[in-house]
Design a protein around this ligand. Structure first.
Ligand code: ATP
Ligand code: MG
Length: 474
């Protein structure tokens, strides 16, 4: 192995301190994993730093913390033999070097103390197994037993040991391989890819939370389709997100075809990723068509239909989140709302774009109208340049109209200009359905543009409506 040194990577005084402290404890320590990889990739120097110690990680962490300004707290995870210090903007994780051996009938490895090499052997990928020495005699030296550096250049995801062993020992690594391939735009070595395919069913023993963490990272990558294609290719996708796999395929009956909604969806996700970093809006793009699989029908006269797929899809979002143990909170509701409304702007832009239709869109989408437009623009995947231009242009018109209508009518966070109490007082009513009818009529009149969204106009409208309903003014 050539001796390469990267002292400039570990200029931060904390590294020197860790090196000196481990020397006092008569042991060696190294920075390892993501920090080294990202530094060598020129992705910057990450704030998460993993330190491996040939000895006791917790002891070293305590001693380092005691020397730091402000004596930061050490969080100890005894079960894992790790300790964490938050210092300035850094998160330092200390672990003793270990040797792991797995038995097929258990996911829990037998862990023993080990050497640096043992520790590097148990790491998932060659590019994640590289370390920089923090020891005085070799400060900054790169320790790279599996030629991770070469793999960085080749843009290759490769396991240090036999892939079959690596993935079977910890099936989460299958998700990690695909996640790193997506984040870094790397290729997974063929042997590895085959092994993931063979071991795909073992993903079932991994907790949903950890799978979802990796999915989030794939979705947040620059080009998420890389990851979804790999999930699809290896057969992991039908296990994790069968709703997406179900969108695959083109059917043809009597010469009528529909598009392949799986590949379309991946394009939409890539498109939206150019315009937003919002995880949940990206999830919405991923799921916007899932209702199309169960609603697909063929009609002799009109061809393929996906009737009410938006509604069905939004219901499926709930089940999917629940199955993956994702929180059933406002984020989920947001995704549901985007799926439910995902065809609205398109339908609107196909027609002559009226103010009242735009007002209804803004009313229904509320604060999320911008996000909805972003989703719908990403949904344009036609390869026909004329259609492409037409749709984009129409969406520009819709966007302009949204601004105009909003300035005039303020329906985005609609509050009824006349309250139920006021209606009760004016007509001397007890709580009753008449009040609901009048309120609804006022709202409709505003959305239709018959009256402006203002108190005076709404009050007058209420009086007229009451009269028509034979109500007496008290
Ligand atoms: P990022 O922080 O960007 O996700 P990372 O490489 O730092 O990337 P972490 O999950 O923080 O990933 O893990 C730190 C290091 O621990 C990795 O670089 C790798 O060496 C090792 N590692 C993490 N998870 C596993 C695993 N499941 N199997 C083997 N080694 C792992
Ligand atoms: Mg990390």
């Amino acid at each position: 192995m050539t001796q390469e040194f990267y002292k400039e990577a570990i200029q931060h005084p904390i590294f020197k301190l860790i090196g000196e402290t481990s020397q006092e404890l008569d042991t060696d320590s190294f920075v390892i994993g993501g920090f080294v990889r990202d530094y060598l990739l020129k992705r910057g120097t990450p704030k998460d730093i993993d330190i491996v110690v040939i000895g006791n990680g917790i002891e070293l962490a305590k001693k380092v913390a005691s020397k730091l300004k402000g004596k930061p707290q050490v969080s100890i995870f005894k079960n894992f033999g790790t300790a964490m210090i938050k210092y300035q903007e850094l998160e330092l994780e200390f672990v003793g070097a270990r040797k792991e051996s797995y038995h097929h009938d258990s996911r829990k490895p037998v862990v023993e103390d080990g050497s640096l090499e043992d520790d590097q052997n148990r790491r998932d990928f060659t590019i994640n197994a590289m370390a920089f020495s923090l020891n005085q005699s070799s400060y900054g030296q790169l320790l790279d037993p599996f030629d991770g550096l070469g793999d960085l250049e080749k843009k290759l995801i490769r396991t240090p040991l036999e892939p079959g062993i690596t993935y079977s020992d910890d099936p989460l690594r299958m998700m990690r391989a695909i996640r790193f391939a997506t984040q870094l735009d790397f290729t997974i070595e063929l042997k590895s890819l085959q092994s993931i395919t063979e071991n795909k069913d073992r993903i079932k023993i991994i907790s949903k939370e950890r799978i979802v963490d990796e999915l989030h990272k794939i979705i947040l990558s620059k080009k998420p389709s890389i990851g979804f294609k790999l999930l699809h290719q290896t057969g992991l996708l039908p296990i994790i997100l069968p709703e997406l796999t179900a969108l695959q395929g083109i059917e043809e009956i009597e010469g009528q075809r529909h598009k392949d909604n799986f590949w379309h969806t991946l394009e939409v996700v890539d498109n939206i990723s150019e315009n937003t970093d919002d995880l949940w809006l990206r999830w919405a793009a991923l799921l916007h068509d899932i209702g199309k699989a169960p609603t697909k029908r063929f009609h002799k006269k009109i061809g393929w239909t996906f009737h009410a797929h938006e509604f069905v899809g939004s219901k499926m979002v709930y089940k999917l989140f629940k199955r993956l143990r994702m929180p059933l909170n406002d984020k989920m509701k947001f995704v549901q709302k985007m799926v439910l409304m995902s065809s609205r702007p398109i339908v609107l832009s196909e027609d002559h774009i009226t103010d009242s239709a735009v007002r209804r869109l803004v009313f229904d989408a509320g604060e999320y109208v911008e996000d909805l437009m972003t989703l719908c623009e990403a949904d344009i995947t036609t390869k026909n340049p004329r259609k492409q231009r037409k749709y984009k242009n129409n969406f520009q018109i819709v966007r302009k109209k949204i601004v105009e209508v909003e300035e005039r009518d303020h329906v985005r966070n609609f509050q009824p200009p006349v309250s139920g109490e006021e209606i009760m007082q004016v007509f001397n009513l007890k709580p009753s359905k008449e009040i609901g009818i009048i309120k609804e009529a006022i709202k409709e009149a505003i959305l239709e543009g018959e009256i402006p969204n203002e108190y005076e106009a709404a009050y007058q409208f209420m009086l007229d409506k009451g009269k028509k309903m034979n109500l007496k003014i008290s």
